[in-house]
Ligand binder design. Structure first.
Ligand code: THU
Length: 133
């Protein structure tokens, strides 16, 4: 199986496991990491709404716990009428472990519909450089 198919099937599996009783909007994410392993996550909501977490956050946590350091590619999937894009907070989370060229695949149930680089989705991001006085 090629990596895009593997990312798609893994993210879809995660999406189906999402806990989204409040929004009824399930999201899955799968990361191809620098150790050549695939890690996934789903959104996990909470009755205290701000406590909910995004699929991308779960996938990144799994990647770090798996010992990987960088995202090579990430796929996000939702059963959405329009194509899902990572939210602003998740773009910042992705940026922490990516380069501007890191690929972000946007998928619906039919497969990958669009692939963009992180740079395209987040042209400027808060980075370590800003911390220098
Ligand atoms: N959600 C994600 O999991 N990832 C995103 O990038 C956008 C939004 C989730 C959060 C919430 O559980 C549901 O989608 C509706 O906003």
């Amino acid at each position: 199986m090629n990596i895009n198919n593997k990312l798609f099937s893994t993210a879809l599996e995660a999406c189906n496991k999402a806990y989204a009783p409040y929004s009824d909007f399930k999201v899955g994410a799968a990361i191809y990491a620098d150790n050549l392993q695939v890690y996934s996550g789903c959104n996990v909501e909470n009755i205290s709404f701000p406590c909910g977490t995004c699929a991308e956050a779960g996938a990144i946590a799994a990647m770090i716990n798996g010992g990987a350091k960088k995202i090579i590619e990430i796929l996000i999937i939702a059963d959405s009428r329009t194509l899902i894009k990572p939210c602003g907070a998740c773009l910042q989370r992705i940026a922490e472990f990516s380069t501007p060229e890191t690929l972000i695949h946007l998928a619906n149930l039919k497969g990958i519909q669009k692939t963009l680089s992180l740079k395209q989705l987040l042209p400027e991001n808060f980075s370590a450089e800003e911390l220098t006085k």
